[in-house]
Design a protein around this ligand. Structure first.
Ligand SMILES: [Zn+2]
Length: 421
């Protein structure tokens, strides 16, 4: 009887701890995706608001700062769209982010333009094609619709996307999904992507009012802190995640970035919280780094590897988490085939404990913040979850629809993995 009571109490305790972790993760994700964070980009100081939030979280947990304020500042160039973002087709207003995107390297454009089409009816008709080739396209708007193109026609289309016409705007009709990004440069022309489904097929005119603002010396930051190890304080295990996202496209459209990467940020904060408890005090020093400007091209992590706050050689292993919000199909480990021994340990742990459906191996890839560390000879994994929602770099990557299916299992796998060092 007594044993059963103890067992119940134990199960109860386990549930409480697990529930607290996931609740904290949810809170962090909601906070980071709130309108006040402006998509954690470069409009209205979104990145700065998120950085400030993370710094406060670390301080509250008692994570130690490398310098007095947890910040590592850096400068970057970035193209932004803080103001007007209007597109009308034959007078019909399109919804930014939902119906259309402008490419992140676009410049300002305003005015009403005739549409010059390059589509199947043009490319398959020699007379029409002749007219298209002869037409003066300089400073005008060329619309590309590759629906129904064959392989050769597609090649012509790919060349046309690069704007050999010197057009002011290239419009591309996209069949399914719009995907945005961040650019550190400004192109000589504007690329506008419109969902094919919302585009009236016989449209004649487009009205544009788009304003970019290029920032040549934007100040952003990495946020970091550590918990000193019990027995091996001079050797460290680093957990990292980028906290930035795409920000805003115009004054009203926010990209919340719940999966990318509020989820990974929440995971690293959860780990920081776990290791900050006296009962979980680690043998190695645990370092937690939240990188800025990943979406602009791994800017924060590259800067860090060039300006480390403690010797890079003291990093025993780095685990970067980016996209931790799903997991229905398990996880992928980038660099898994580069660091085989560590990978097989991780895979074995997962199989023994039956956490995730699959731990998939992948080679080297410059697709997140682990990259410049491995380039400098530091062993590192980049782990992302697979399956579930399809939202990615779009306005639909929201906390409300983020399942966090395997968040707790991934957390357990990571803490178990640390114990093997
Ligand atoms: Zn990401």
């Amino acid at each position: 009887m007594k044993l059963i009571k103890q067992l119940f109490f134990f199960i109860f305790l386990c549930n409480v701890t697990a529930a607290q972790d996931i609740d904290y993760a949810r809170t962090v994700i909601n906070d980071l995706c709130a309108p006040e964070m402006h998509g954690r980009g470069y409009v209205n100081g979104g990145d700065e608001a998120a950085a400030h939030y993370l710094r406060n979280q670390l301080e509250k947990m008692g994570v130690t700062a490398f310098d007095f304020n947890y910040y590592q500042d850096f400068k970057m160039t970035v193209n932004t769209f803080p103001q007007a973002m209007e597109v009308k087709i034959d007078g019909m207003k399109l919804k930014p982010g939902i119906d259309f995107l402008i490419s992140s390297d676009s410049r300002s454009v305003s005015g009403t333009y005739e549409l010059i089409y390059l589509n199947k009816s043009v490319i398959t008709n020699p007379n029409k094609m002749d007219d298209f080739e002869k037409a003066d396209k300089k400073g005008k708007v060329v619309l590309l619709d590759s629906t129904g193109f064959n392989k050769v026609q597609k090649e012509y289309f790919i060349a046309a996307e690069k704007n050999p016409f010197d057009a002011k705007v290239i419009i591309k009709l996209i069949p399914e999904k719009l995907t945005w990004g961040v650019s550190q440069n400004v192109s000589s022309f504007v690329t506008l992507e419109i969902l094919k489904g919302v585009f009236p097929s016989d449209a004649k005119k487009i009205e544009l009012n788009i304003t970019n603002k290029f920032l040549p010396k934007y100040g952003s930051q990495n946020i970091l802190g550590f918990i000193e190890g019990k027995t091996k304080p001079d050797s460290s295990i680093v957990f990292s995640a980028h906290y930035d996202h795409l920000g805003m496209m115009g004054s009203e459209t926010i990209f919340p970035g719940a999966n990318d990467n509020a989820s990974g940020t929440a995971m690293v904060l959860n780990l920081a919280q776990y290791y900050s408890r006296p009962e979980n005090k680690p043998d190695y020093t645990m370092v937690f780094i939240f990188f800025g400007a990943e979406e602009a091209g791994l800017v924060g992590s590259k800067f860090y590897t060039e300006n480390p706050v403690f010797p890079l050689e003291e990093i025993k292993f780095l685990i970067n988490i980016d996209l931790a919000g799903t997991g229905e199909e398990g996880i992928t480990v980038v660099n898994g085939s580069v660091f085989e021994k560590a990978f097989s340990k991780l895979k074995e742990l997962n199989e023994t404990k039956k956490y995730l459906a699959q731990v998939k191996v992948r080679g080297k890839a410059a697709n997140s913040d682990h990259y410049y560390f491995t380039e400098k000879g530091i062993p590192a994994f980049f782990i992302y979850t697979m399956g579930g929602i399809k939202a990615y770099h779009d306005v639909y990557d929201k906390p409300e629809t983020l399942p966090l299916t395997e968040f707790q299992d991934l957390f357990r796998l990571l803490t178990d993995f640390v114990k093997t060092f």
